[in-house]
Ligand binder design. Structure first.
Ligand code: NAD
Length: 446
């Protein structure tokens, strides 16, 4: 099949690369010229395990091409995936500017029947807007061309994106035409061989399914964070509670790890967008509001734990931070908990020494340049360098090399043996026995 994928971010590039890997001919289009040139040179602008090899191999085999021109790419295919960003607008609603720009460009250049697939996460009713945007361009051109719009939300996780795409739990396809349904079934057949993972439904059903999935996962996290905060006040170890409830098959172990808040490009914006959709339909999504509120508060917990120890004025204090990315396995910094922590620390007068195995280049763009110039934020070459003469160490992202560190070395490096563990990676009892002042999330055991 010949396919055009518009947007070469985490979703578009993975989608294009995986379709090409299955033998399809794919052109990935992006308006960001530097990204496209990087890709043409065989360089991957994002960090995603396994992606580079697939992109290079398929590019070499001529199955995966890159272009900055959508009209050019459109000439080669009749199946267009829209995988551009849908960032939060000012009121929390999903900003559809990029999606509708692509739709209009498709309308201006469409020559024959085509299927337009929304892969971006978009609010209920967006397929209708995409259809209308294309149709109005066709009307302006005075031409009649048939086309179908399909909703095919993406469920991949950054850090495991290739595997998720190649072996999905399910493939959701919202469709209202038999012609488009057959084409989508054909395309996804090879990703769904062991058992039928294809789920066809109405277009609006598919649009809401994506938001409901992310909102449910965010709800589990915020719920557990709330119980963890309560456990702290009660002198209860949340780790025991987690295991105790996770073993209930109705609850399960996934997404009930307490921590310093969820981030990333999806959960925060998708929860906000669903709240906004509720408002539009005059429905108060009170659970989702609480999920969002808890998460905002949770992102302050690490700072608050330091504040308990140092007081509000942290002038002269040095804090070593391990992990900047919003989660391990990615360089994505969007809504990362490290951002709120570090900004609060420097505002309180502290100096931050930070290390992340992958995300430091990306992270540099997320803080004011003068903070680096004045030495208030220092990015270190090694995880232990970040602890030199620090008054405390804070674990923000649970990258594997942080999981079993050399605590003796850490104790020697730190000015005060304080460990604030934002991901409950360490054993509080063992660390206390070694003389550390340890605080986890829901594990402040006196
Ligand atoms: N990142 C994830 O883990 C994930 C998972 C599932 C779904 N999603 C959804 O997928 C969508 C894309 O997310 P992402 O993280 O890949 O975004 P991203 O910001 O990484 O990439 C979007 C890309 O689209 C390009 N773009 C914007 N306008 C364009 C246009 N008119 N023509 C061509 N290219 C254009 C941008 O230059 C950028 O490279 C979002 O709706 C997101 O919510 C993301």
């Amino acid at each position: 099949m010949n396919i055009t994928v518009v947007g070469t971010g985490y979703v578009g590039l993975v989608t294009g690369a995986c379709f090409a890997e299955m033998g399809n001919s794919v052109t990935c289009v992006d308006t960001d010229e530097s990204k496209v040139h990087q890709l043409m040179d065989g360089n991957i602008p994002i960090y995603e395990p396994g992606l580079e090899a697939i992109v290079r191999e398929n590019n070499k085999a001529g199955r995966l091409l890159f272009n900055t021109s959508l009209p050019q790419a459109m000439q080669q295919s009749a199946l267009y995936f829209i995988a551009v960003g849908t960032p939060p607008g000012e009121n929390g609603s999903a900003d559809l500017t990029y999606v509708l720009n692509v739709a209009r460009e498709i309308g201006r250049n469409l020559q024959d029947y085509a299927i337009i697939v929304n892969k971006s996460t978009v609010p209920v009713g967006t397929a209708c807007k995409v259809r209308a945007a294309i149709q109005s361009e066709l009307d302006a051109r005075g031409v009649e061309i048939e086309f179908d719009v399909v909703s095919n939300p993406e469920f991949l996780k950054e850090g495991a994106a290739i595997d998720d795409f190649m072996r999905p739990d399910r493939i959701i396809i919202g469709v209202d035409s038999e012609r488009a349904r057959e084409k989508m079934a054909d395309l996804y057949h090879s990703f769904s061989r062991n058992h039928d993972k294809l789920m066809f439904m109405g277009i609006r059903d598919a649009e809401l399914t994506k938001y409901a999935a992310n909102a449910m996962l965010a709800t589990k996290i915020s719920f557990m964070n709330e119980v963890a905060n309560l456990a702290e006040r009660m002198g209860v170890d949340i780790e025991n509670v987690r295991k105790g409830i996770g073993s209930d098959s109705r609850i399960g172990y996934s997404f009930i790890y307490p921590g310093c808040g969820y981030g990333g490009s999806c959960f925060p914006k998708d929860v906000q967008a669903l709240i906004h959709m509720g408002d539009e339909f005059s429905f108060d999504t009170s659970i989702l509001r609480a999920v969002e509120e808890r998460n905002q508060a949770q992102k302050q917990r690490l700072f608050e734990k330091l504040e308990q120890r140092f007081g509000p004025d942290m002038s002269g204090r040095v804090v070593g931070v391990w992990g900047l990315a919003f989660k391990p396995g990615t360089d994505d910094m969007r809504e990362a908990s490290s951002i709120s922590l570090i900004n609060r620390l420097v505002a309180a007068g502290a100096t931050v020494r930070a290390y992340d195995p992958i995300a430091m280049d990306e992270a540099r763009r997320w803080f004011a340049p003068e903070l680096f110039e004045r030495g208030q934020i220092v990015f270190c070459d090694h995880q232990y360098d970040a602890l030199a003469d620090a008054d405390a160490m804070v674990l923000v992202t649970e990258w594997k090399p942080f999981r079993q560190p050399d605590f003796n070395a850490m104790k020697k490096l730190l000015k005060h043996p304080i460990i604030i563990d934002g991901r409950n990676q360490y054993d509080p009892y063992a660390l206390k026995a070694q003389g550390f002042d340890y605080a986890g999330i829901g594990r402040d055991l006196g």
